[in-house]
Write a protein that binds this ligand. Sequence first.
Ligand SMILES: CC(C)(COP(=O)(O)OP(=O)(O)OC[C@H]1O[C@@H](n2cnc3c(N)ncnc32)[C@H](O)[C@@H]1OP(=O)(O)O)[C@@H](O)C(=O)NCCC(=O)NCCS
Length: 136
Amino acid sequence: MNGSYHLCTDTRPTGRQAVDLFLSVGWGTPGQYDPARWDAALATNAQVVSVYDGEDLIGMTRVLSDGLNDTCITDVIVRPGYQGRGIGGAMLETVTRTFAHTAIYVSCLTGSEGFFLKCGLKQQSRLMALAVRAAA
Ligand SMILES: CC(C)(COP(=O)(O)OP(=O)(O)OC[C@H]1O[C@@H](n2cnc3c(N)ncnc32)[C@H](O)[C@@H]1OP(=O)(O)O)[C@@H](O)C(=O)NCCC(=O)NCCS
């Protein structure tokens, strides 16, 4: 990770910080997010890796895991302007190191798969993503 950024796993961003990050990459509109509910949602994640430039949240990845068998990376986001500096890769490396004893899955947006492949995840010939309602 280039630059003097702070990667953090022991505290979680607030819902408001997370929503601001979602909006920065064009995911959704302000009216569809309730920051208080995101405070609660973030508290349920098995791990949240966040990266700060000073006080500003510039990257976040969230993880669901049973801690034993299965881990799912729900999103990896780096604020535009900070992309291409190794921040996404550093966050993903933290997750894959922490949950190396489990299978780790990601269902990613088309266009971002190259990032995950670069970070060492492999397309599995016997797996595909199916959804009832895909996250935005
Ligand atoms: C995808 C994303 C998380 C990558 O974060 P980043 O900090 O820019 O990535 P890094 O700088 O750590 O890149 C790591 C490697 O992946 C490559 N890479 C990054 N984005 C890529 C993409 N979309 N396609 C192919 N390769 C990509 C980089 O070139 C780099 O390769 P290198 O090590 O050979 O130089 C970031 O672009 C982002 O937040 N995008 C918007 C949200 C999103 O789509 N998230 C993914 C779906 S959940």
